[in-house]
Ligand binder design. Structure first.
Ligand code: HSE
Length: 293
């Protein structure tokens, strides 16, 4: 019988306000990828236009083979997605992390998690989704000579997250093009100080500090106008008990941090009445990251 492995990878949110390209968190929504030895390479569960050699899971599978010095082998990949695609919940990183981990497990490549992160970051371009997808929880990352350095940060158990997902997507490349090439020095200081105190607020469960610290001047002000309804969803969330609100990755998903379990029910009627059929998706942090099931 041919060998197979099944990988589970959490969706993620990147930036978390002031941590542009560095902070990320994994959540309890998952994509599943199964990798089987096969006579020919094929991909199931993706639309035909995404089932070729440029499929992200296959690209990462090939990159892991190459990193381990192995020739490309035939593989059948079955993809089961629950993470909304192109919505700011790290769906690309789930496929890349799943592909790299799938190759590692199926072929016994012996690559450690740090090497998988290096590989996925190179393919994705930045580590903020890749790191929590592989490590789980809240992660902070920086790039050093082209390689990611990541630490897991404490996240107080009282925090819950709620994703607001509209019926339209934003293109990450377009959302990066709207960012300025340079920013005023005071905005850089604003973000450094807010990101540092945000780390403390996430660790301690101090919701007042979280409310003060979770603000950004490096990307959200430039991207707000790409998300129709941003102001209205933010106002609805903050006036109904969310402690903080941010743009998830480059959007189009928006995200609230809350502690009262009744928050999603309280905010739902107003959000559902808005244009763009917003989905309200309560999420808990995922603590495991990508794993072989
Ligand atoms: N840090 C990235 C950005 C995340 O905001 O552009 C999206 O991939």
């Amino acid at each position: 019988m041919s060998r197979s492995v099944r990988i589970r990878v959490p969706g993620t949110s990147a930036n978390l306000g002031p941590g542009f390209d560095s902070l990320g968190c994994a959540f309890s929504v998952y994509n599943y990828l199964t990798f089987c030895e096969a006579e020919k390479t094929e991909i199931e569960g993706c639309p035909p236009e995404f089932s070729g050699e440029d499929n992200l899971a296959l690209v990462a599978f090939r990159a892991a083979e190459k990193r381990a010095g192995r020739p490309a082998c035939h593989v059948k990949i079955q993809v089961q997605t629950h993470v909304p695609s192109a919505g700011g919940l790290g769906s690309s990183a789930t496929l890349l992390a799943g592909g790299a981990m799938g190759a590692n497990a199926l072929l016994g490549l012996g690559l450690d998690r740090k090497t998988l992160l290096d590989l996925v970051t190179e393919l994705e371009g930045h580590p903020d989704n890749a790191a929590p997808a592989l490590y789980g929880g809240l992660t902070a990352s920086m790039m050093d000579n082209g390689h990611p350095v990541t630490v897991s940060l404490p996240l107080h158990e009282s925090y819950r997250f709620c994703a607001f997902i509209p019926d339209f997507h934003t293109d990450t490349r377009a959302a990066r093009r709207v960012l300025p090439k340079s920013v005023p020095h005071r905005d850089a200081v604003y973000n450094v100080s807010h990101a540092l105190l945000l780390g403390a607020a996430f660790a301690s469960g101090d919701t007042e500090l979280l409310t003060l610290a979770l603000h950004d001047r490096l990307h959200e002000p430039y991207r707000r106008s790409l998300i129709e309804g941003y102001d209205a969803v933010e106002e609805a969330a903050l006036s109904r008990g969310a402690h903080a609100f941010f743009l998830s990755g480059s959007g189009s998903t928006l995200m609230a941090v809350y502690t009262d379990p009744e928050f999603p029910e309280r905010v739902l009627p107003q959000i559902s009445a808005m244009p763009h059929r917003w989905t309200v998706l309560p999420l808990l942090p995922d603590r495991d990251g990508a794993c072989v099931l």
